[in-house]
Structure formats: C-alpha cells, structure tokens
Design a protein around this ligand. Structure first.
Ligand code: NAP
Ligand code: HSE
Length: 419
C-alpha cells in the first residue's frame, strides 16, 4: 500500500483524491500497489469539499508522518510551498507538484535536493498534456531547436470567447475563474507570467537554461480589444498568447507575449482551454502536443500519473532531464535582439497631417510598414492599425517611445508581435 498526503485540497487536489478513488481499479493494477490518500491539508476546515478524506490544517501531519510515502503539493504560491517540499524531501518523501511558480524560481535548488528522491511535476506545464515526459524522455536524443505554443488555458479560453462572442474581458475572466482554470491571482494568467513559468521549466529540460521570470520578455493579453481582433480577422490571423523558445547557435531566446498567428497554422486552430505546443528536435523534426491545459480533472490526470510512476519505480529520471551539465553551455539571448514582424494600434486625433508625421517616425527608425487600416475611435479619434515588415525589438520599442509622447497620440500604442 502506497500512502499519499495532499497539501492543498482545492480545484486540483479534490480531483486528485477523487480520481484515486474512482479509478482505483486501473490505478492499482498499473502501479502494482493500492494507493490511498491518508490525509489532506487545507487552510480552513469549514469549507464544503466534494471528497471524503481526513483533513487537517497542520502540514506536519503529512510531512512528519512516517507512513506517508508521497507528498502531493497543490497549495499554490512560491515560498510557502518551497518550505513544504524541501521539508518533505529532507524527510525522504517523494514529491509531486503542479506548481509552476514554485519551479520557475526554485527548480535548480529542488533538483539538487531531490537527487536520490523522486520529484515529479508533469502537471506544472500544459495541465493534462504529458509534455514533460515527452520532452525529458521521449525526445532526449535530440538537440531541441524550438518550442512554441499555447501554454495558458485561461488566456486561450478568454481570447477564443472574445473572438467568437465579443464578450467583455472582465466577464470572461470571471467565467474562467469559475471553471477552475485561473490561478488564485489571475493576473498571473492574463499578464503572461503563468505561461512564462511554464516556458522556463521547458527551457531547463530542453536547454539546461537556469533563467528566472525577470530575465525574459513577458507580456500578457490585458490590452487586447475588439479592434485588434477585427484587424486579425481582416488579415487572416488569430490572436494567441504564445510561449516561444528558439535556439540559434549558442543562444536561446525565450519570450511570452500575445501574437498574431496565420489562421492556417496548427497553433492558430487551438481554441478554448486547450493548450498546444510544437517541439522541434534536430533528429525527430516537428512534434505537436495538444490537450486540456487547465481544469481540475485534466490537471489531476497528470498528477496521478506521476504518483503511479513513483509507486512503480521509486526514483525516476533526473528531475530536469540532465544528469550532468552539457559542455558548451547555452546562454539566454538579450530580448532587445529578438526580431519579428509587428502590429501596432495607435489611437490618434483624426485630423490632417497626422498620418504623414507618423510615417516619418517609422522611416526615421527604418521600420517599414506592410499594411494599414484606419477605424473610427471614440470622440473624434481614429485607430490606426499598422503591420510592419521584420524589425528588431530594440528599434520598435524606441519608436513606440517616440510615438507615445506625440501631442496627437491619445494613448500608449498597443503592439502585438506577428509570428
Ligand atoms: P486552489 O483551488 O486555490 O486550491 C489551493 C488549495 O490549497 C486549497 O485547498 C487551499 O485551502 C490550500 N492552501 C493554500 N494555502 C495553504 C496553506 N498555507 N496551508 C494549507 N493549505 C493551503 O488552487 P488549484 O487551482 O487547485 O491549484 C493548485 C496548484 O496547481 C497551483 O500551484 C496551480 O498553479 C497548479 N495548477 C492548477 C491548475 C488548474 O487548472 N487549476 C492547472 C495546473 C496547475 P482552502 O481550500 O482551505 O482554501
Ligand atoms: N491557470 C493555468 C492556465 C492553469 O490557465 O493555464 C494551468 O496551468
């Protein structure tokens, strides 16, 4: 009998306990042992829960219980769970977590501590999709050339609803929260940080890169409006929040931002809470992973798979996929050096000469316009919707800085990269 303690019995924790109960026939057969939840830890005992497991508010009842083999951390946050999982590892308990924020900051310290102890985290990236196993095990023969995809279910759900139903941003975010997709603090989702946490985990496995969220370009979907969606429709694009990793020589670029993706691309067809990640290896070529990126049961499916794996084998592959550092280490590319095509939405006073002054600034920054649309804005203003040819991030940012201070420009321009 394998005994499990679940720290955090919320959206995902409840599903984990329920799946272990409802699917125990197949789970025990696959694991080669029965698996039982001995205790769940919560903040408050008063809340109504959908599962019937013994509960406590004292984490030590799990961390110090010699009968508990596997600690499942599903509480969320960074420093509190870090204390919890380090104590679990020091007490020689295997750990399973779905916590990408924890791993974005502490994965290397945890890998060091977990040398001889199983530490698994499949659910931390792309919910129910087994992307960690695919990348760490299935593609381990390859140099990874690129990874690109939709890594946040909340944002993809919101962008899909904004496109299809024109629903207001705040109302859809509320819906995503009610469906259990969003983080406890949803600004992590809409601000792009959650996707960045996931990208950093994948970058460690693919490239051995030890970067923190502060080191990479992160933007969210907060400023996207129906004007941008209309432009995308008109020019054959979808708007998606993407995580992108690209290796060029000894450098790797890592970035998360909203992007215009051509409708024909596979990634553009991924809607709702679904996630999809393309991974290109030098030997295998392109591989694509698709599935539900958030939600209790989908996420718990990956958590329980890790529990089964640990029950079977005790200790699995090196936590971050490398048994020792690679020779010729890869380094992180400076975000200013990234190059892309860009879309800009600039709200201006609708009067003579404005366009001429604006295009002069484009010319002075050597940025070439590819397409342009003008739509009426509020109170005698116009929205200029402009796409550019390829330019450097440094140059486009400098140009936006020059444009936003012009007296006929009403708001900071919105920029979306075109992929
Ligand atoms: P949640 O619904 O907010 O549940 C959190 C649980 O942890 C609650 O039961 C809460 O107790 C408990 N908790 C929080 N702080 C605690 C503390 N200091 N001491 C004891 N218990 C504490 O969160 P969730 O959506 O299940 O997410 C859990 C983790 O999974 C997060 O790291 C999240 O990023 C990750 N994740 C979530 C999803 C998803 O779709 N939801 C997908 C992938 C990964 P109370 O119930 O008493 O408040
Ligand atoms: N909040 C996250 C999302 C949960 O929406 O993708 C899954 O990691």
């Amino acid at each position: 009998m394998i005994k499990v303690g679940i720290i955090g019995v919320g959206t995902v924790g409840e599903s984990v306990a329920r799946i272990l109960e409802e699917n125990q026939d197949v789970i025990s057969a696959r694991a080669g042992a029965a698996i039982e939840v001995k205790k769940g830890i919560v903040r408050t005992l008063e809340k109504k829960r959908d599962v019937d497991i013994p509960l406590s508010t004292d984490v030590n009842e799990v961390l110090e219980d010699p009968e508990i083999d596997i600690v499942v951390e599903l509480m969320g946050g960074v420093e509190e769970p870090y204390k919890v999982v380090t104590k679990a590892l020091r007490n020689k308990k295997a750990v399973v977590t779905a916590n990408k924020a924890l791993l974005a900051y502490h994965r290397y310290e945890l890998a060091e501590l977990a040398k001889d102890i199983a530490f698994e985290y499949e659910a931390s990236v792309a919910g129910g999709i087994p992307i960690i196993t695919a990348l760490r095990d299935g593609l381990s023969a390859n140099h990874i050339e690129s990874m690109m995809g939709i890594m946040n279910g909340t944002c993809n759900y919101m962008l899909t609803k904004m496109r299809d139903e024109g629903v207001a941003y705040d109302a859809i975010l509320k819906e995503a929260q009610n469906l259990g997709y969003a983080e406890a603090d949803p600004t992590f989702d809409v601000g792009g940080y959650d996707a960045a946490h996931k990208l950093l985990i994948l970058a460690s496995i693919a490239y051995g890169i030890d970067a923190k969220p502060e080191d990479i370009l992160i933007e969210g979907i907060e400023r996207i409006t129906q004007d941008d969606i209309a432009f995308a429709k008109e020019f054959g694009y979808e708007i998606k929040l993407l995580g992108i990793a690209k290796k060029e020589g000894s450098e790797v670029e890592l970035r998360v931002h909203a992007a215009l993706v051509k409708k024909e691309e596979m990634i553009a067809k991924i809607d709702g809470v679904m996630n999809g990640i393309s991974v290109v290896g030098d030997k295998v070529g392109e591989t694509l992973y698709y599935g539900p990126g958030a939600g209790g049961d989908a996420t718990a499916s990956a958590v329980v798979a890790n529990i089964i794996d640990i029950a079977r084998s005790g200790k699995s592959t090196p936590m971050l996929g490398f048994d020792r550092p690679m020779e010729g280490k890869l380094t992180l590319k400076d975000a200013d050096e990234i190059s892309s095509k860009y879309y800009l939405r600039i709200n201006v006073n609708d009067k003579a000469g404005v366009l001429a002054k604006l295009t002069k600034i484009f010319e002075a920054n050597s940025i070439s316009i590819e397409t342009m649309l003008q739509r009426p804005g509020e109170s005698a203003s116009a929205n200029l919707l402009i796409s550019t040819h390829c330019a450097k991030e440094r140059d486009i940012q400098k140009m936006i800085g020059e444009i936003e201070v012009l007296d006929f420009v009403n708001k900071k321009p919105v920029m979306i990269r075109i992929v």
